[in-house]
Design a binder for this molecule. Structure first.
Ligand code: ADP
Ligand code: MG
Length: 239
């Protein structure tokens, strides 16, 4: 079967720095792929290449067999690639519902109206936030802003969801809720790339992992196998 997403030789240079170096991997439909590696190894840059926030210096990225690399970010989003950012980006003076409706309108060419609102309420329910629909985003707790961001992303009905350290900064209770929420998305059969430092989350959510170090892929395979790989442990510990 054609993978949902394929990277072939994906490379990003910033001046002399090779942030992503000839990266190859596929993501299958309904798969939750962990993209892990130490700080600065190129994970966020890889998501930027996939979402079109940055054009690759070389290589190609395909969505269901058609090349998307080189397209404007907005076109890539409309083809069904959606992401959350490491730092939450929302419109603080607008309500939860309006922020999520914006995702439905932007991501799925819906018009601002009943249809977008119904879609927004559906995903707010999914992330457990429907009772806060009318609250201004600026009044929410941190985890609730993360839920809104996820809901906004889901409102566009993405084919591939890119989560960049979505669990970062949560306390232990929130972390459990956050993992449970991603598990719900996984059980719905969504296709997800999970960039994450929380190893419990990687272990319990990811079928497979790709490990990056200094821009290059150093390991790929089933999660347990990859996490026990001496080369991977060495890259993490920096020994
Ligand atoms: P990670 O998400 O794995 O922590 P990043 O992809 O953010 O790593 O960064 C990989 C490398 O690329 C780092 O050395 C970082 O400083 C560099 N980098 C990332 N974005 C830019 C940019 N826009 N301009 C210059 N260098 C960047
Ligand atoms: Mg990052």
């Amino acid at each position: 079967m054609t993978p949902v997403l394929s990277l072939r030789g994906a490379t990003k240079r910033f001046g002399g720095l090779v942030a992503v170096n000839e990266l190859d991997f596929d993501v299958a439909e309904h798969e939750v792929l962990g993209l892990i590696g130490p700080n600065g190894s190129g994970k966020s840059t890889t998501l930027n290449l996939i979402s079109g926030a940055l054009p690759p210096t070389a290589g190609t990225i395909s969505l269901r067999g058609s090349v998307i690399s080189g397209l404007p970010a907005q076109d890539i989003a409309r083809r069904g690639v959606a992401r959350t950012f490491q730092l939450v980006r929302l419109l603080p003076s607008m309500t939860v519902l309006e922020n999520v409706m914006a995702g439905a309108v932007f991501g799925h060419r819906r018009r601002w109206g009943h249809d977008a609102e119904a879609q927004a309420m559906r995903v707010l329910d999914l992330v457990g936030l429907s009772r806060r629909a009318q609250a201004p985003v600026g009044s929410l707790t941190y985890i609730d802003t993360k839920r809104v961001e996820l809901a906004r992303t889901l409102a566009g009905e993405p084919k591939v969801l890119l989560l960049d350290e979505w669990l970062a900064g949560l306390n232990p209770t929130e972390l459990e809720e956050g993992i449970a929420l991603i598990r719900r998305l996984r059980d719905e059969g969504r296709t997800i790339i999970l960039v994450e430092h929380v190893m419990d989350a990687i272990r319990s959510l990811c079928d497979r992992c790709v490990v990056m170090s200094s821009g290059s892929k150093i390991a790929e395979g089933e999660t347990e196998e990859v996490l026990n790989d001496p080369g991977v442990i060495e890259a993490y510990l920096g020994v």
